[in-house]
Design a protein. Structure first.
Length: 255
């Protein structure tokens, strides 16, 4: 059984003291494919080192996270573009709009999001979307950019059923993680109405730990809890969920 974590920040400082052990726990649990989102240039070196250490398990994305869209964001975007031209990456991400922390940068975030979608299209890559308190703003840009060359993953999907259907209409898979195990997570109330062909698994570790680890540091081995919850909700075996969601990830990332 191959389980895929489509979104995990394995290079995070949260794993500084036990990174090797943490990754070993995940691999021993059957999670053997790790897709690594970018944040900004300050993390690039750590990402590349991670790939070098785990070449058969780790796959890197490149992009500028919306919360890193600051006064120097044009310089950051230039670095993203340069790296995409220099070497292969599996996706442009994570990119999008975040209005939880700072609404004043909305215009710059919109520009950065659209610009990076164009880079993804140029390189024929999927995008991985970060959306926090910004569904309409994200959908507006997806509507503007929609087409057969726009596809990817709506990371950490926490919206409504209608928003799920709209995201899927733009050729997006839904990244489902720890929130589906929360009693107040809401997506557990409708996710089984979504065909599994639209679902991929993720942890977003070290963030958003599933029940029973909620409030603690998340790690990729905890993806098993997400898998078990989806097995319960869909009435399918864990093996079936793992196979379908891993195949979905292969279709998105072409790996």
């Amino acid at each position: 059984m191959i389980i895929t974590d489509t979104h995990t920040h394995l290079y995070s400082e949260a794993f500084e003291d036990d990174r090797e052990e943490m990754i070993a726990r995940a691999i021993n649990a059957g999670i053997t494919r790790f897709f690594i989102p970018a944040i900004d240039s300050t993390h690039t070196s750590a990402m590349l080192n991670l790939e070098k250490s785990y070449p058969n398990h780790v796959y890197l994305m490149m992009g500028l996270h919306p919360t890193s869209v600051k006064s120097n964001y044009l310089e950051e975007l230039s670095q993203v573009e340069k790296l995409l031209d220099q070497r292969p990456f599996v996706a442009v991400g994570e990119i999008g709009i975040d209005l939880y922390w700072d609404k004043s940068t909305l215009t710059a975030q919109q520009h950065a999001f659209k610009y990076q979608i164009q880079l993804a299209k140029k390189h024929r890559l999927p995008i991985v979307i970060h959306c926090r308190e910004a569904f309409e703003e994200v959908f507006d840009i997806l509507e503007d950019q929609k087409g057969p060359d726009l596809f990817g993953i709506f990371h950490c999907f926490t919206g409504t059923f209608d928003q799920a259907e709209r995201a899927i209409s733009y050729n997006m898979k839904l990244g489902i993680g720890g929130v589906v195990t929360f009693k107040n997570g809401k997506i557990n109330q409708f996710i089984n109405k979504i065909d599994l062909k639209h679902i991929v698994l993720e942890t977003d570790s070290p963030y958003l730990s599933p029940t029973p680890y909620r409030g603690k540091r998340n790690e990729s081995s905890y993806l098993v809890e997400v898998l078990n919850k989806l097995s319960e909700l869909y009435g399918l075996t864990v093996e079936e969920i793992a196979k379908i969601t891993t195949n979905n990830s292969i279709k998105v990332f072409n790996i």
